[in-house]
Design a binder for this molecule. Sequence first.
Ligand SMILES: [Mg+2]
Length: 160
Amino acid sequence: MLLREGLEGDEMRKILYLDMDGVLVDFMSGANKLSPSVRRRFANRLDKVAGVFGLMEPMPGAVEAFAELSSLYDVYILSTPPWDNASGWSDKYAWVHSHLGEAAHKRLILTHHKNLNRGDFLVDDRLANGADRFEGEYLLFGSDAYPDWHTVVEYLRTKA
Ligand SMILES: [Mg+2]
């Protein structure tokens, strides 16, 4: 829990980070839209296909969860685009714009070092890119405890 003495209003809210791929974003929904020949050529490295991040759909319940959690927390999107797929960086920005709207305004953080962001909660489906060293509470999306957005929101409602 971060110290918040002297803070007011929205700044009093706890800081919550949400991962994109596999959490807010259904990665395979985009990969499945690629042509069979591209899928063959990029097998096991579909995240390297130019434009693939722009084809992805939200995970079930993710858009609604983002809206509700934004009313309870100081929410940021904490995501790691592939270093060797430049379009992934702009595709993620465009995705946040089109799917999450005004509540996500200036709340996208792209990083390979998630541990450097201080906050209270991180919802992520992997321990990669510094998530394993995040200093707040880590919720493993897709685990038995948090298999979907329903369970994540139910828990976070009690913690705000
Ligand atoms: Mg992920």
